[in-house]
Design a protein around this ligand. Structure first.
Ligand SMILES: C[C@H](O)CC(=O)C(=O)O
Ligand SMILES: [Mn+2]
Length: 348
């Protein structure tokens, strides 16, 4: 098969998928997935805690295995494929970035909220100094007007990012909104443009194709949609669709299908699907990784997780504010109890 590539896919199941399994990846799972991705010639494999390097914490969720062990395992079996890490400045530090580079990581993706690109400067510069391919990753892209997104992307480019991604963290964007964002970035930037989708509104594939049609050449996917919320654009499906469109990914689609079916599917407690609460993530524009946090809070306070997520969306809570989910749930529970007491007093 041809190794020529019209675009470059980053497989994110071993990072975004970490959210979906409450950060419980084992070395054995990561080794099996990374080896299979290497054999399928996937160009980039992202590995780290769901919230990036240093994410293991009470706030974001404790990892079962130290992510450096996972990264080392992935590097050792991934062959020609390059291992990437995600870093959110403020969660992951330059020290962790250097440690990952020493282990053989080749790409760093520096992620900020869509309006906060200025905090990425130091991490982008360090990644470049370390000789890593360096990506700026603008999360929650639906929360900013196009002009703001362009300004922030240009800032990342000026800091040294070689690619800037539009990240639909909430799976809230519609295809025409993806189109106008990619087009605007392509007009303004000299660097590559990427797209990372979530499937909460069942639009990850449509949005990804819209991005590609507008000229995005760096694309994310996760096998079996193993990602936060309803997951990402399903990589093995995307590769098959691109092949039908005559767009070369350089990936062996049969090997990728086998990896998805035989290695990734058994990792999932249940197949990824659009449930009523993951649908609300896209509908209300909420960070996909909030799903399990909201489910836990709903259980603790005997609430419907949709009510919590709708309120989180109304208050425009962003990544890094996971503690707000419990605050909001406690407040909703108080209101509910208050309403029940009032009802009792009124009608006995
Ligand atoms: C830290 C987030 O999970 C990064 C990401 O994949 C997204 O915003 O989407
Ligand atoms: Mn994501």
């Amino acid at each position: 098969m041809s190794m020529e590539r019209d675009l470059f896919i980053t497989e994110v199941a071993l990072r975004d998928g970490s959210h979906a399994i409450a950060h419980q990846f084992t070395v054995e799972q990561v080794t099996r997935v990374a080896r299979a991705l290497g054999e399928a010639h996937v160009p980039y494999i992202e590995v780290s805690h769901g919230d990036g390097l240093g994410g293991s914490s009470l706030q974001y969720g404790l990892s079962r295995t130290n992510e450096m062990e996972l990264i080392e395992a992935a590097v050792s079996v991934s062959g020609e494929s390059k291992v990437a890490v995600l870093v959110l400045p403020g969660i992951g530090t330059v020290r962790e970035l250097k440690e990952a580079a020493k282990l053989g990581v080749k790409m760093a993706r520096i992620a900020t909220h869509v309006t906060e690109a200025d905090v990425s400067a130091q991490h982008i510069q360090t990644a470049r100094e370390l000789g890593l391919e360096t990506v700026g990753f603008l999360m929650m892209a639906h929360m900013a007007p196009v002009e703001k997104l362009v300004e922030q992307a240009a800032l990342m480019e000026s800091c040294g990012a070689e690619t800037v991604y539009i990240v639909d963290s909430a799976g809230a964007l519609l295809p025409h909104q993806v189109r106008e964002r990619v087009r605007a970035l392509r007009q303004r930037l000299r660097v590559h443009v990427g797209f990372h989708g979530h499937n909460n509104l069942s639009l990850a594939m449509a949005n990804t194709l819209a991005a590609i049609e507008e000229g995005a050449t760096r694309i994310d996917g996760s096998m079996r949609c193993l990602g936060a919320g309803a997951g990402n654009t399903q990589t093995e499906v995307l590769v098959a669709v691109l092949e039908k469109l005559g767009i070369k990914t350089g990936i062996d689609v049969y090997k990728l299908m086998d990896a998805a079916e035989e290695i990734v599917a058994p990792i999932l407690a249940a197949p990824q699907e659009i449930t009523r609460d993951s649908l609300v993530l896209g509908y209300a524009g909420v960070y996909s990784s909030f799903l399990l946090h909201a489910r836990r809070a709903a259980q603790t306070f005997s609430l419907d997780s949709r009510d919590i997520l709708m309120e989180v969306g109304r208050r425009k809570v962003v990544g890094g504010q996971e503690d707000m989910i419990v605050d909001i749930a406690a407040e909703l529970a108080r209101q509910k109890t208050g309403a029940a007491v009032n009802q009792e007093e009124r009608y006995g």
